[in-house]
Write a protein that binds this ligand. Structure first.
Ligand code: GRF
Length: 198
């Protein structure tokens, strides 16, 4: 950014509980991150993250797939929100929507995603939620983790910004592994954002 003291403006996209979103909002409020969350967009009317964002007085929007004819039209709306707020980065934090070129082309190298595996392993269309952790356990891998990467036109293939690992333990269920990975995601996402905004 040109002015080092200027806070980067973030738009966070969520679909669920929003614990990563909450961690980013708190890091901004605590001054750990030279950024501010301008708004949160959920792809889901009942996402738990919406209430969390409202508690922090962050403006929220819902852009559910069912409210638009196409994903491109949804992204046009999200791009309008982003432009209106003059955001610098778009952060996908547990966002389950497909991001189309309508958004990617406008925010090239400005959209990042957090994924709960060590990409390029266990990434792509069917790797979301517990599916990721089931596949890791099935593979016999002894290490898993999370990845923050830029978003490109394919799913989970963009340039990697940062990764962190966790052990996979012999008795792990997919749920156990999901919880262990989520426990490192928050600081990983904040560290990755730091590299972008500072
Ligand atoms: C996280 O595991 C994230 O990596 C994945 O979805 C989960 C969302 O968690 N994309 P939360 O909504 O941030 O709590």
């Amino acid at each position: 950014m040109e002015n080092k003291n200027k806070k980067a403006k973030l738009l966070i996209l969520i679909s669920g509980g929003g614990s990563n979103m909450d961690a980013v909002i708190c890091a901004c409020a605590a001054g750990q991150l030279n950024a501010e969350v301008a708004a949160v967009v959920s792809s889901n009317h009942t996402a738990g993250g919406l209430e969390k964002a409202k508690k922090h007085n962050i403006p929220t929007y819902v852009c559910a797939k069912s409210d638009f004819e196409t994903e491109a039209k949804r992204d046009k709306k999200i791009a309008e929100i982003a432009a209106c707020l003059a955001v610098d980065y778009i952060v996908l934090a547990g966002y389950q929507g497909i991001v189309t070129p309508v958004l990617i082309d406008k925010y090239k190298d400005k959209i990042i995603n957090i994924h709960p595996s060590l990409l390029p392993k266990f990434g792509g269309k069917n790797f979301f939620g517990l599916n990721v952790h089931r596949a890791v356990l099935h593979s016999g891998d002894k290490i898993s983790g999370a990845t923050v990467h830029f978003v490109d036109q394919n799913i989970d293939t963009g340039k990697i910004i940062l990764q962190a690992t966790v052990d996979v333990l012999p008795a792990d269920t997919p749920d156990d592994l999901q919880k262990r990975v989520l426990s490192i995601e928050h600081s990983l996402l904040i560290s990755a954002l730091k590299t972008l905004v500072e």
